[in-house]
Write a protein that binds this ligand. Structure first.
Ligand code: PGA
Length: 251
């Protein structure tokens, strides 16, 4: 696998008919020979991939609960997701952290996913950058605490997505620059190499997310050395998303 392109649909679209149409429009035209494409719809729309019998796109979820089963009203377990064909799960997205999710909870969810052979996509990123570099300590603790007790064998199955909060969504100030991304990627790899040793670190993918569009996708991969992209708004627009996928295919 070369690169990973993850579609984060968030709480969109508003009904299954629209969700099916977006999935279908992407699935019928996608050409992702060497790259992995993962679509993460809201839970009620996870069925669409199986309905379309699509084989080119991997299914992802936007959350999971860490317990195996039982009295946890409203929650969904990793084995339920795995049974449904989910192979990736976004965790620790800033929009979930804003609702109170902390590194300890994210860590429990990561360990539950790994047991079910689902690959966690751990999102990290700061609200703002400060001149003293405190944002770097925040990213460091998001990684260290999020990966607590994750073993050397398991780390290869974890994907990290750097998503600076200031670059996410339609109210974003701006996207990050490839230079800003690569500095953080090196920083993340350094933390991982302290935790797991330098050899293992090569196998961990670090993605960029935050206002990814067809116009900037190639620069994050070419100049920023991103191992893939996490796409929000543009993943709901099949033409734009397909453009991003084909841009990465042609690099
Ligand atoms: P965006 O969202 O591409 O709409 O900025 C990215 C994300 O939040 O994952």
């Amino acid at each position: 696998m070369n690169k990973i392109i993850v579609a984060n649909w968030k709480m969109n679209p508003q009904n299954s008919k629209s969700a099916e149409k977006i999935f279908f429009d992407i699935s019928k035209k996608i050409n992702n020979k060497k790259n992995e494409v993962v679509i993460c719809p809201p839970y009620p729309f996870l069925f669409i991939k199986n309905k379309l019998k699509d084989k080119k796109i991997k299914l992802g979820s936007q959350d999971v609960f860490f317990e195996k089963e039982g009295s946890f009203t409203g929650e969904v377990s990793s084995s339920m997701l795995s049974d449904f064909g989910v192979s990736y799960t976004i965790l620790g997205h800033s929009e979930r952290r804003a609702l109170g999710e902390d590194n300890t909870l994210i860590n429990k969810k990561i360990k539950a996913l790994l047991k079910s052979k689902i690959k966690p996509i751990l999102c990290v990123g700061e609200t703002d950058r400060d001149h003293n570099g405190f944002y770097l300590s925040l990213i460091k603790s998001q990684i260290e605490e999020g990966l607590k007790d994750v073993t050397k064998n398991q780390i290869k199955n974890i994907i990290i997505a750097y998503e600076p909060i200031w670059a996410i969504g339609k109210d974003a100030n701006r996207e990050a620059t490839p230079q800003e991304f690569i500095e953080i990627k090196i920083f993340i790899k350094k933390i991982l190499s302290i935790l797991y040793g330098p050899k293992i670190v090569d196998s961990v993918f670090v993605l960029y997310g935050g206002s990814v569009h067809p116009s900037n996708a190639s620069s994050f991969v070419k100049e920023g050395d991103a191992d893939g992209l996490l796409v929000g708004r543009d993943s709901l627009n099949p033409d734009k998303f397909l453009d991003i996928v084909s841009i990465l295919n042609n690099i």
